[in-house]
Design a binder for this molecule. Structure first.
Ligand SMILES: O=P(O)(O)OC[C@H]1O[C@H](OP(=O)(O)OP(=O)(O)O)[C@H](O)[C@@H]1O
Ligand SMILES: O=c1[nH]c(=O)c2nc[nH]c2[nH]1
Length: 192
């Protein structure tokens, strides 16, 4: 998606530890007009699929998933990283190691909002080591719903997540795949 690649080149900052900082438009301050274009692009890429629900994970996936959900005209559910009293008990749960927090979370989704008959599209802002998408796919499996595919805004292609998700046979669409990035020069190279 050229608009997105141009924006990453213009406003992205490369930090140590394989971190691409895009918090001026994607995952802290959010450019909702860009999100709308991203939502339409996901819709175009999953045009032939029947989707009844979008599933994401807090925190950074939520904004983008909400805008995409409006384009798909389906509800969005997010997996929570912290236990809360009001949904304790009837939940699907699995473990996810957070890329930026450096710790493992027991993520949870209420059984009320995911189950047999749902056709689920996973949406997230980043794909790095694949832990978040693997965790979400596991929740879908536990729920008996059907996993239709996964859409991510930025895949860091030099990390293992993309290969892991594709090797599981999951239909993965990444709107920008970063092949390499250089902390010293600030250069970002995209796949294709
Ligand atoms: O492919 P992975 O290695 O799982 O990396 C991708 C995940 O990392 C980030 O979440 P993180 O928990 O780091 O931060 P957040 O709370 O801001 O979403 C991002 O939002 C993705 O969910
Ligand atoms: O802002 C972010 N930049 C990244 O490089 C990244 N990888 C996973 N999650 C991420 N979030």
């Amino acid at each position: 998606m050229q608009l997105l690649k141009d924006r990453i080149r213009k406003d992205g900052k490369i930090k140590e530890g394989n971190v691409l900082k895009v918090d001026s438009f994607l995952n802290h301050q959010m450019d909702v007009k860009l999100f709308q274009e991203i939502g339409k692009e996901f819709k175009r890429r999953f045009e032939d699929e029947e989707i009844t629900k979008i599933l994401t994970i807090e925190a950074s996936g939520i904004g983008i998933a909400c805008v995409a959900a409006e384009v798909f005209d389906v509800p969005v559910v997010f997996a929570k990283k912290t236990q809360t009293k009001n949904i304790a008990g009837d939940v699907y749960t699995t473990k996810v190691e957070s890329f930026t927090h450096g710790r493992v979370y027991d993520i949870i989704v209420s059984r009320e909002f995911l189950g047999k008959g749902d056709k689920v599209l996973l949406i997230d802002d980043f794909l790095a080591n694949g832990k978040a998408l693997e965790g979400l796919a596991e929740l879908v499996k536990k729920s008996g719903a059907e996993l239709v595919g996964a859409g991510v805004v930025i895949e860091k292609g030099f990390q293992v997540g993309g290969d892991i998700i594709r090797s599981k046979g999951i239909h993965l669409e990444s709107l920008a795949i970063v092949e390499s990035m250089d902390e010293k020069t600030g250069e970002v190279v995209f796949r294709n």
